[in-house]
Design a protein around this ligand. Structure first.
Ligand code: SAM
Length: 396
């Protein structure tokens, strides 16, 4: 009997994951299933807005995991993947299903939603950088995207597609970077003009088992409400984000390194003999993947302003100690406590020089320290910098 139950459980688990897809197709369609825990958070967020007239739509529903709920309301599921959507129909018989490209010719009619229906959109749309899909030579030409919602990221296009359906409420999972990176936020203008973030919970992408290849990044379960003024970046800058680990933070609490050095390469400058180069900075996760000081000048490097060399050293050391930084800061710029950095600067230089000895020609430190001592001082610096967010090695 026990074995029988285990087998049933296996079949059930399978039906929730899109196991009919090859790994490359899963990447292409962004087909990773959402655990029940997160689905439950979505339903608890939308609960205050649900009533008898509500229509709940997931326009990229996969096997329909988001409809695994007791709540009684009209439910519509759509997916571009025909096998997934037929499985969704089998899993949830009351579900009204469609097999359409949710990004093409987007309007309420495509899902038989009437003008007066009170629409709520939920789900976990795919998020992929379109350029990386193209790089991987995976076919994209079978997905047309309406011109007014086309962006370089599939997930941003999904958020924009929702605005065309004019829901009252949107509660979806998406990378936190869509909100906290100003360049992404600006691409979402058509969305942010109309919708305002009213609640959200951040979790680690590594908890989606199959996406855990590579560095994990923060995903937010975000609740948006239609409001006449929408939101401006300043609202996000001041917003207090919550994580699933019960931590909170706000962008305005950070002193970013970009306040001290120029993040972008100066155009049209030719390198001279004595120049030193640094890999172009993006966010903390990119820093973890990339190099810092490099030998050669190219499109990805910048020429260091030597008067600011200490801050480049700071970034290099930040990378070395980035295991103390929690996943939810992964899409922020490197940040600093300048006062405390100045007080400990010699240790930072000492530590950096042990790895990049060529810098001895450019900078000196005044401490005869040991590496052990420097490591301790720097670790203490990170404890002060991160406070309750400091990741203890045993937390992992
Ligand atoms: C991350 S999965 C989410 C599935 C489901 N919502 C869940 O969380 O279990 C994304 C889904 O989007 C679908 N998809 C990708 N592009 C689409 C498009 N243009 N239109 C509709 N669905 C699409 C994929 O087939 C995949 O099932």
């Amino acid at each position: 009997m026990e074995i029988f139950h285990q087998q049933i459980q296996k079949i059930k688990d399978k039906s929730k994951n899109q196991n009919h897809l090859k790994y490359s197709d899963k990447i292409n369609l962004g087909a990773f299933y959402t655990p029940k825990e997160y689905v439950n958070i979505v339903w608890s967020f939308i609960k205050p807005f649900l009533n008898d007239d509500s229509v709940v739509l997931d326009s990229s529903c996969g096997y329909g995991n988001f409809f695994d709920t007791e709540v009684n309301c009209k439910k519509i599921g759509n997916d571009i993947d025909v096998i997934a959507i037929s499985q969704a129909k089998k899993n949830f018989q009351e579900l009204i299903t469609f097999n359409k490209n949710a990004l093409f010719n987007v309007n309420r009619d495509m899902f038989n939603i009437s003008k007066n229906d009170k629409l709520i959109i939920i789900g976990n749309p795919p998020y992929n950088d379109i350029t990386s899909i193209i790089r991987n030579q995976i076919k994209t030409n079978n997905f047309s995207i309406d011109a007014d919602i086309k962006t370089r990221d599939y997930g941003l296009s999904f958020l924009l597609s929702y605005t065309k359906l004019e829901p009252e409420i949107i509660c979806v999972l998406h990378p936190l970077s869509y909100l906290v990176k100003k360049t992404n936020f600006d691409l979402l203008r058509k969305f942010t003009y109309m919708y305002k973030l009213i609640d959200g919970i951040i979790f680690d992408s590594a908890t989606f088992k199959e996406t855990s290849k590579g560095i994990s990044f923060p995903i937010i379960i975000a609740l948006y409400k239609r409001e006449s003024l929408g939101m401006q970046f300043n609202y996000i800058y001041n917003y207090r984000f919550k994580t699933i680990e019960n931590k909170t933070f706000s962008l305005r609490e950070f002193d970013f390194i970009t306040n001290y050095i120029n993040k972008y390469p100066s155009k049209g400058v030719n390198p001279k003999d004595n120049d030193i180069f640094f890999w172009t900075m993006r966010d903390i996760n990119a820093l973890k993947r990339n190099k810092t000081f490099v030998n050669d000048f190219n499109d990805n490097t910048i020429i260091i302003d030597k008067r600011r060399l200490d801050y480049y050293i700071y970034i290099d050391v930040f990378k070395q100690f980035s295991h103390y930084v929690p996943y939810y800061f992964g899409n922020l710029d490197v940040f600093i406590n300048d006062e405390s950095f100045q007080a400990n600067k010699d240790y930072f230089i000492f530590e950096c020089l042990t790895r990049h000895s060529f810098l001895n020609d450019y900078i000196k430190h005044n401490k005869s320290s040991t590496l052990k001592e420097a490591n301790e001082k720097i670790t203490n610096y990170f404890k002060t910098l991160l406070g309750e967010h400091f990741v203890h090695p045993t937390d992992k």
